[in-house]
Design a protein around this ligand. Structure first.
Ligand code: SF4
Ligand code: SF4
Length: 723
């Protein structure tokens, strides 16, 4: 007996014609849907381009396209972005993905055989070993699809985690409508389950009708077939059921294909496209303003201001809620959820430039009208800490942070911002620092040291030490700055500082949307630093570190920049810094967002801690999953706007550390973290449970510097504009 089967078995010629007509209709609707989407994306007039490492020349561009294609294929095929901290649902999604792909390929192979190879070339390959292996593959992957869908359905319906419940952080219950999303999710999962299950039943009924030995190569269908025969469904009865079910399954499958551009299934197209068109430095290197930008060109105020690839990203959102779960603003009761922000923007984009405009129906939104205030509230945009947790976890590569930043730029341009933030901008503009201190006080911390610190503008040195505002002016941080200076002196490091010529680096100014002020600060710093003679820069402020290292090169300042944790490790490795004793302490370490997630500096601080003998106990959220202290993105300069009864992100972080058990020190490596977490230890009521240490303070203790620490009173009082 020939090992194959007859396609269209039992179908009359008119039925076959009808089937091909339906295929044509399905494909036409799908194509029209894709065309309307492309038209919508092309309506975006923004110019945000994805930035890649190798561009410029045609060869460079070709290389970057090849690299981008390879990266997209890797991300999609390995599911690496979906599997991040996803647990069982990552495996379930892989089952759905590979099951769907293999079944779709199976249908494609069948169409190739029936509609091309056999009628045009008389070539028949769908039999024998090929057919048997084909049957086995489709059964195994069909099972993976079904199990994956059932697991995802159970997760959504029974486990129902917070991230999937659509409750909004910025609206009172009843003040918004999410039923459409819930129905859409279930229709998507339900229709796929229906197709998977009816596919197996169809196979079982076919086998029950014919019952040939080699049908066991489709083991699940064969088992079902035996079951059907067991209940008396065989022969002509099975044939009748098969005929009816074939049509039901086929019509639903074609409807599913036609609906892809209009339903949740769209992410199957836009997800990979979003990854492919992603900006490799999104959020970490913000785009410059266009040269000679007018007020209307500063930031985004209307949906039409978005770039085509950004509009495409909005459509890629699967509503998985991972960003919602990771966001410290959401967790801290602030009126922001990155998921809801994306969904609001997507609704506006669709209502303004989507299908309605293709059908010449009046749009729901004017593409050129302002979206700031309604539906995108300014307090939502000002709640962001630019921590990048959302961008890092989003499985489809949505870049929330640059979008928020663009809208903040427009708010700043319109003067729509927190009064405290506005005052801080003015202070920085006038004094060059956020503390409103006289520039000459920037290096007062040097006066308490038992040795002189070089003025690098006048003398060359191996290292230029860029301080940053908190390390220069805040009294608690000044003591740490002095400790670091002593450690470097002890290790014989040749360093100098800029004294009163240093200005705020502009990292948070930029993230808060004041691009003009950032530009002027950066240009001043670049000009000053360029006039100095040094080999490398270091800083203990991760915000300054990030901007000097990654954002100043675009303004002409390209240097090697180290964080002090990297420098301290180097000094240990060169044996110029030696731990006299191993500290007998249990510590945990908090990864600052701008050092860790932004720059991947995770191991140097941990290695330094190992070298001084402390026992490092990791918090559950560590390294790229670190949880922001709440200060980033300019939030440290704004009023606290959290909901009553919700603990601040910094307090939640201290709770997390205390929950580890007997941890003595909460170790940080950022001046703002020192301020934020010392406050949080007090306000969270954990003063007796844990103490804060900056990493260099522990190093100083290990190398025997503690007794030499300068006094607190040696530097000026703090005049912080924050409160
Ligand atoms: S950057 Fe951080 S604070 Fe801002 S939306 Fe993303 S996760 Fe939330
Ligand atoms: S933006 Fe990304 S992470 Fe957030 S819900 Fe959408 S797909 Fe998930």
């Amino acid at each position: 007996m020939r090992q194959t089967r007859t396609t269209f078995a039992g179908l009359s010629t008119p039925e076959k014609v009808l089937w091909y007509v339906l295929i044509a209709v399905s494909v036409a609707v799908f194509a029209w849907g894709v065309w309307t989407l492309v038209a919508k994306y092309r309506s975006g007039r923004g110019r945000s381009r994805p930035r890649v490492a190798a561009g410029g020349t045609p060869t460079g561009r070709a290389r970057s396209v090849a690299r981008r294609t390879a990266r997209t294929a890797r991300v999609v095929l390995t599911h690496s972005s979906i599997n991040r901290r996803a647990g069982i649902s990552g495996i379930a999604h892989a089952g759905v993905f590979y099951g769907f792909v293999v079944l779709a390929l199976g249908s494609g192979i069948l169409a190739l055989q029936d509609d091309v190879a056999r009628p045009l070339f008389g070539f028949d390959f769908w039999h024998g070993t090929f057919y048997l292996v084909y049957s086995l593959f489709l059964d195994v992957f069909g099972a993976a699809l079904t199990l994956g869908l059932l697991a995802l359905g159970l997760k959504r319906g029974i486990v129902a985690p917070r991230r999937l419940d659509y409750r909004r952080a910025d609206r009172a219950p009843g003040g918004y409508e999410r039923r459409r999303y819930v129905i859409g999710d279930w229709v998507f999962v339900g229709s796929l389950i229906f197709l998977a299950v009816t596919g197996f039943v169809l196979e079982g009924v076919r086998i029950a009708e014919t019952d040939r030995g080699f049908d066991a190569w489709g083991p699940l269908g064969w088992l079902l077939g035996q079951g059907f025969r067991g209940i008396g469904l065989d022969g002509s009865g099975a044939q009748t059921v098969h005929h009816a079910l074939w049509w039901v399954h086929g019509v639903v499958a074609l409807a599913f294909v036609a609906a892809i551009p209009f339903t949740k299934a769209l992410h199957m197209l836009t997800g990979p496209a979003s990854v492919a068109t992603g900006d490799e430095v999104a959020g970490t290197q913000l785009p410059m303003l266009p040269r000679d930008a007018t007020a209307e060109q500063v930031g985004y105020g209307a949906i039409a201001d978005f770039a085509p690839r950004e509009l495409l990203q909005l459509d890629a959102c699967t509503k998985c809620g991972k960003c919602h779960d990771a966001c410290p603003a959401t967790a801290g009761g602030l009126p922001l959820s990155p998921r809801d922000l994306v969904l609001d923007l997507r609704e506006v984009a669709e209502g303004a430039m989507g299908i309605r405009s293709q059908l010449h129906v009046p749009p729901l939104h004017d593409p050129g009208a302002s979206i700031l205030g309604d539906p995108i509230r300014s307090e939502t945009l000002w709640s962001c800490m630019s921590c990048m947790a959302c961008v890092e976890i989003c499985p489809v590569g949505i870049e929330h942070v640059p979008l928020i930043n663009q809208m903040r730029r427009r708010l700043v341009e319109q003067g729509d911002m927190d009064s405290q933030l506005q005052a801080t901008f003015e202070t920085i503009h006038t004094t060059g620092n956020s503390f409103g201190e006289n520039r000459r006080k920037r290096a007062r911390w040097t006066k308490g040291l038992p040795f002189p610190v070089k003025d690098i503008r006048k003398e060359s040195a191996e290292y230029l030490w860029f301080l940053g505002d908190y390390a220069s002016f805040d009294p608690r941080n000044q003591r740490i700055t002095q400790t670091i200076a002593q450690l470097l002196h002890e290790a014989g490091v040749d360093f100098g500082v800029l004294y009163d010529a240093e200005r705020n680096a502009g990292c948070d100014v930029r993230r808060a949307g004041e691009e003009g002020l950032f530009g002027s600060l950066a240009k001043t710093n670049v000009a000053t630093i360029s006039g100095c003679d040094f080999d490398r820069i270091f800083t203990w402020d991760p915000h300054s570190f990030h901007t000097l290292k990654n954002e100043y090169p675009e303004l002409g300042g390209a240097w090697t920049v180290l964080h002090h944790t990297e420098l301290l490790l180097e000094l240990f490795e060169r044996d110029v810094l030696v731990a006299e004793r191993q500290l007998d302490a249990v510590v945990t370490y908090h990864d600052p967002c701008t050092l860790g997630r932004y720059n991947g500096v995770f191991e140097p601080p941990r290695e330094v801690l190992r070298r001084i003998g402390v026992e490092l106990r990791e918090m559950p959220r560590n390294r790229d999953n670190s949880f922001c202290c709440g200060a980033g993105g300019g939030r440290i300069w704004m009023k606290d706007q959290r909901a009553d009864g919700v603990r601040r992100p910094s307090e939640q972080r201290i709770d997390e550390a205390v929950a580890l058990g007997d941890v003595e020190y909460f170790t940080v490596a950022c001046p703002k973290d020192v301020t934020m977490y010392e406050d949080a230890i007090r306000s969270s009521g954990h003063e007796r449970a844990i103490e804060l240490r900056e990493l260099s303070e522990l190093v100083a203790e290990a190398v025997g510097l503690r007794s030499e620490r300068p006094g607190v009173g040696s530097v000026g009082d703090r005049t912080d504009t924050r409160s």
